[in-house]
Design a protein around this ligand. Sequence first.
Ligand code: AMP
Length: 283
Amino acid sequence: MEVVRTIAELRQHTSRWRIAGQTIGLIPTMGALHNGHLSLIKLAQGKCDRVIATIFVNPRQFLPNEDFEEYPRNEESDIQKLIEMGVDLLFAPKAPEMYQPDASTTVVISKLTDCLCATSRPGFFDGVGTVVTKLLIQALPDLAIFGEKDYQQLLVIKRLTRDLDIPVEIIGAPTIREADGLAVSSRNVFLSQPNRETASKVFEILKKTATAIALGNDVLAACKEARTELILAGFSGIDYFEARHSETLELIQNFENSGRLFAAVWLGPTRLIDNLEIKEYRD
Ligand code: AMP
């Protein structure tokens, strides 16, 4: 697997593959690779001739008070994992390759971004939208795969590629979880042992609430109860725990067969997000 740092080198590879008639899948990541990332790569390998992974901790999607400096970075072990997976190319640019000092353009998504993480992290989706647009234009892949773990992000990216006529298929992939249900995330390394145990309650409460709603319980009351349970379980804060429409992200008050629960919670300094389709879950 070759590691390239510049857009010019990336394009040398992609043009060669395109001339040879090969299809290309792109997996954008911020590194600190885990089984969630690796599942996206596997999915892409089943659909494309060539798979490119990208690693770029995008400064534009962190607020000034967020964990950009502390975000886990371990490129050497990431490269090892990508080689073992048989990835064709890693594009790992440094910030100056992505953003000129006088960069003046931002991709702003106006719908789907008036709720959930857009509210708790203002400017976050401008950063995501801009970097993903750039990566897609740089690589021009046939498809790009994103995790449902970041469900709002997945919808935003589908919307922006449609609106900007970027010729790429955006595919969503299911959330990979630890044995106790915690969604795998690069930020889980920040959890202390007791917090790691509490963290699994998010999925437990999501499942319980989804089942209650699917069985006909009142949506708002079920979410309110879930928020109380989260606080009782030891979470230090809740950005949101809400039921929303799976495509429009509008709040739902009645469950009519297309809905999802969305949660963002704090355990000390660590923010965890997760989401789950509303249906009955039996253990
Ligand atoms: P990140 O490195 O956190 O920006 O994530 C890169 C990609 O991996 C995004 O498309 C995420 O949605 C996806 N991803 C992160 N965690 C998981 C997970 N547990 N299961 C599946 N995909 C994930």
